[in-house]
Design a protein around this ligand. Structure first.
Ligand code: 5GP
Ligand code: MN
Length: 336
């Protein structure tokens, strides 16, 4: 393992650095990555942010977004940067299968691997770890890494602040989850002081949807929502055909599951969606109910206690039926 002193020494001279994050990156994945990017380029490093796949349009306004390389689109170019890197930062994920094929390239690389993450059960592939499951976002840990580990808080400029604020805002449900404690609000205040325009960031992320997205949301709530009162559970499942009908793009389905959870008494909400090659599940829960346990045990996935995901190789109706069956096992907890 690298010590923070060794990292400081490495960062004292210009290095080739890759920052990567999980597939289908969300606001925290992109915010933490581009926040760290804006910091490292200030220090004079040669930095590339490489994402395994594309990400939602509502994140494309982030500072330095045009410098991001999408591995799925520019495989060879991305692979070259990974093989030449001296340091690889792994942000907002902790198992290499979360970055698809890129994972094997990272594993094979001789670069130092630095993990900054807030998910459970990290895989042992890293040379340095700034990790806490108590952090509300990877962006919070990037802030902490720069300010408290590297003692370089003076370098936090408007770009860094904007990106890190975005990560914290999106992963904390706009500061409403339990993880958004007083320390998080203090960090947010610090980022606003450093130039993050909180009102503008919120608008760009949340009031930036297509008409189709809103109509699709209406369809999901009016026609697809199933409430299982006997399990305090709500399910929304959608077919590939429905996604095509509403021209649903990457990111357009994000957040829909929260509407199901907003119903009085609902403890568990599932958004189950038919993708081209698999069925994807997105679970949200309230209180102590472990949504991640269901994902880990039955759907080859995981995540946080109250926000988790997984996949099924069965068809959509079978996956929904499987899910309903699994609820029996959790009935007592769901009715508590
Ligand atoms: P979402 O429902 O927004 O896709 O994912 C919520 C959270 O669940 C993510 O932040 C991530 O921690 C976790 N998650 C989602 N999908 C998967 C998956 O396929 N595998 C694992 N291990 N975690 C997932
Ligand atoms: Mn995150």
């Amino acid at each position: 393992m690298l010590s923070i002193t060794e990292i400081k020494e490495l960062l004292a001279t210009p290095q080739k650095i890759v920052i990567t994050t999980h597939h289908k990156p969300d606001g925290d994945a992109m915010g933490s990555s581009l926040g760290l990017y804006a910091y490292l380029i200030q220090l004079g490093h040669h930095v590339k942010v490489i994402t395994p796949t594309d990400y939602p349009q509502f994140l494309h306004w982030l500072p330095n977004n045009s410098d991001v390389i999408i591995y799925a689109d520019e495989t060879e170019r991305a692979a070259k940067f990974v093989s030449e890197a001296a340091l690889i930062f792994c942000l907002d994920f902790n198992t290499l299968n979360r970055i698809n094929e890129l994972g094997e390239l990272v594993r094979a690389s001789e670069a130092y691997k630095l993990m900054i993450d807030h998910h459970l059960e990290p895989e042992d592939f890293d040379d340095y770890r700034h990790w806490s499951i108590n952090a509300c976002a990877a962006a919070q840990l990037v802030y902490d890494f720069i300010v408290n580990e590297l003692k370089d808080g003076a370098m936090i400029n408007k770009d860094i602040a904007t990106c890190l604020y975005t990560g914290i805002m999106t992963d904390s449900g706009s500061f409403r989850f339990e993880s958004a404690n007083a320390a998080v609000y203090r960090i947010a205040a610090d980022l606003i002081d450093a130039g993050a325009e909180h009102w503008r960031i919120h608008q760009l992320v949340y009031d930036n949807a297509t008409e189709n997205r809103l109509r699709f949301l209406g369809h999901c709530i009016s026609n697809k929502l199933e409430i299982l009162r006997e399990y305090n559970t709500a399910i929304i499942s959608v077919t590939k055909q429905e996604l095509n009908e509403y021209k649903i793009a990457t990111g357009d389905t994000e957040g829909i599951v929260n509407y199901a959870l907003s119903i009085n008494g609902i403890k568990l909400a599932a958004f189950i969606i038919e993708r081209s090659d698999k069925v994807k599940l997105s679970l949200r829960s309230t209180g102590d109910f472990p949504a991640n346990e269901i994902c880990k045990k039955y759907f080859d996935g995981g995540g946080h206690r109250n926000a988790a995901g997984g996949v099924s190789s069965k068809d959509l109706p079978t996956t929904v039926a499987d899910f309903k069956n699994i609820l029996k096992e959790y009935k007592t907890q769901l009715l508590q």
